[in-house]
Design a protein around this ligand. Structure first.
Ligand SMILES: Cc1cc2nc3c(=O)[nH]c(=O)nc-3n(C[C@H](O)[C@H](O)[C@H](O)COP(=O)(O)OP(=O)(O)OC[C@H]3O[C@@H](n4cnc5c(N)ncnc54)[C@H](O)[C@@H]3O)c2cc1C
Length: 293
């Protein structure tokens, strides 16, 4: 039987960093569980972050008006994407779990990791208009973000100076991971390790180690499923009218992004429901109702 593979996409400049320690804990723990663990150490690889014409081998279709998405779609189908992209895509194909390990930069990924996402998760390889969200290409794989912050947790509360961390996570987890179909596991957030006493840092790493032991059995986060939407240009890819009607009577929005002007379902982007009964928002009732129409 083929060995289970996990990929850690890692972005930190220093092997002495807390991010390196978090990466190593995942590496050790997943290996103990029988995984082959592949690490893409993006700074060490000097990974090219910019999406450019150089990513295509040979001629492009329209050199006067170069369109990266279209050109890479065709180049991908013709086996003409650059070697570094193909090597990373192979790692993604083989992995059943991908962990993105990084320090939060400007409420997001460091540029080098965003470059990996821009270039590796190319159209045709990672998504298409027909295959996205819960119908997405990687729906049998799991992915998660594991990151450190400078900020404390209270700064990322709904009443904190940075605003709700669930809102910060929405574009990254929904717009990238869930869009490509991944089952998104709750993020691992290491709050402010640089301002934490050594015992607190050691406890964070131990907490991560403990979580990793049951990681693959965790429920993923919940997102609004495709079946709630009219997936046609005519229907605008918007909520179906009968679903809207049903949701109008519910106290919470469906998800952090699909709030419908209502309160957000709590911790929608930071905690998975332990059971189906715990699922709040996310159109559970609406899903049941559209199955009956
Ligand atoms: C461009 C930029 C943008 C940023 N934007 C944001 C933002 O939007 N929001 C935000 O919150 N923050 C932001 N930050 C801050 C950034 O997220 C933090 O500096 C980073 O997350 C800290 O993680 P680190 O791994 O670099 O910590 P490090 O400074 O490397 O480590 C913290 C401490 O852990 C110690 N350590 C290392 N290994 C171990 C170990 N094995 N066991 C115990 N301790 C260990 C280190 O010695 C150090 O004392 C930004 C920073 C930059 C440079």
């Amino acid at each position: 039987m083929a060995q289970k593979t996990a990929l850690i996409v890692y972005a930190h400049q220093s092997p002495a960093s807390f991010n390196a320690a978090a990466r190593d804990v995942a590496l050790q723990e997943l290996k103990l569980q029988g995984y082959e663990v592949v690490v893409s150490d993006l700074y060490a690889m000097n990974f090219k972050a910019s999406a450019t014409r150089d990513d295509i081998i040979g001629d492009v279709r329209n050199s006067e008006h170069f369109r990266y998405g279209e050109e890479t779609l065709h180049a991908g189908m013709e086996g003409r994407l650059s070697e570094d992209i193909v090597a990373e895509q192979r790692k993604v194909t083989e992995a059943e779990l991908i962990i993105f390990q990084f320090p939060l930069y400007w409420f997001s990924f460091p540029a080098i990791m965003k470059g990996w996402i821009d270039r590796v998760l190319s159209q045709g390889f990672a998504f298409s208009l027909e295959k996205m969200y819960d119908n997405g290409i990687f729906k049998d794989k799991k992915a998660m973000m594991s990151f450190t912050t400078g900020a404390t947790p209270t700064m990322f509360q709904p009443d904190g100076i940075n605003g709700d961390i669930n809102v910060t996570l929405w574009p990254l987890q929904n717009g990238i991971l869930h869009f490509c179909g991944f089952q998104v596991l709750a993020p691992q957030i290491f709050w402010s390790p640089a301002h934490c006493p050594p015992a607190g840092r050691a406890a964070m790493l131990e907490g991560w180690r403990t979580r990793l032991k049951g990681l693959l059995a965790e429920n993923p986060l919940t997102f609004a499923p495709c079946e709630l939407f009219d997936l046609s240009f005519q229907g605008g890819f918007s909520l179906r009218p009968e679903v809207k009607e049903e949701l109008a009577t519910q106290p919470l929005g469906i998800s952090t992004g699909h709030h419908l002007g209502k309160p957000l379902p709590p911790d929608n982007q930071t905690r998975a429901p332990a059971t189906e009964e715990d699922e709040q928002g996310c159109g559970k009732k609406a899903r049941a109702s559209i199955r009956t129409v």
